[in-house]
Design a protein around this ligand. Sequence first.
Ligand code: ADP
Ligand code: MG
Length: 324
Amino acid sequence: MNEFNLIQKYFADASFVRKDVVIGIGDDAAITHVPPNQNLATTTDTLVKGVHFLDNTSAEDVAHKAIAVNLSDLAAMGAEPSWISLSLSMPSVDDAWLSAFSDKVGELTQYFSVQLIGGDTVKGPLSITITAQGFVPQDSVLSRDGAKNGDWIFVTGTLGDAGAGLDILLKKLSITDVKARDYLVKRHQNPTPRVLAGTILRRLASACIDVSDGLLQDIMHIANASGTGVILHLDKLPISKELGNNVSDLNQALEYATVSGDDYELLFSVPEEQKSSVQTALDSYSIPYTCIGQMTGATGKLDLRLNDKPFTLEASASLGFAHF
Ligand code: ADP
Ligand code: MG
């Protein structure tokens, strides 16, 4: 099969169709229309086999993760996703793999109402690069640098599940409860980008980031960009029952919740005067959230507390995942 036939077979019709796409897959470039009064948000993430996903990961799970991590970055900017492009490097044409991969791309583009508008297909080690774009109203900016001392720190969902899920796959963590084990592995393999939460937070949060590298590292991105410090109450961290009930002690749960990455929850700061509006808005969409601390103190200072007493985490020295 040549490259042209492959694109036709697997990608040309694999996607949700939007009215704002003037020219999609098939020409030298896609042409799209950005609505008036909207800015365009653009993000790119690459997943490399053996680095970002384990060698035995299914095509569906690779597709899911590649799309989810990109939409999560848009969510953290308060952007509503519109289009993705897909650059695929693979060692050979594996029909079963491509068919499963493109089916999942089709399913998720439908679910999030985004259109696949182009890409590139090359021979090489298995690697997937997605560029995702979305709209954010011109008068609303949700970035990392807007937090002020006194703002409350919130996070959606629960923390640490994905890290535990990865350790289960790596056989570093063993959990006998099958339901809990499946849940944690799924949180690692099929993260859900908080797209709706991101748009809700647009005019309410002062800063926002998605938790991809681990809570401590990501909250420090906000603190350093904003010129504030951080107090985190570790006893308040949202830990799922699947994680909390199945690890040996609180310390292990806290380590997953603070330094392991890939949860793709939104971590955001909220000024006191917006606190109740944020809670009401998230409640009205049944989006789970927890207040875990406050922005305060000198720039970049991290103050960890457990039951209001200063606390040192053994793992906090490493502060989560870094490639280099
Ligand atoms: P060119 O040689 O002009 O770069 P390609 O043969 O790479 O063209 O691609 C042909 C068309 O198919 C282009 O519109 C491109 O965006 C699209 N395309 C290529 N690979 C993919 C892919 N993996 N997913 C979606 N669209 C793709
Ligand atoms: Mg090309």
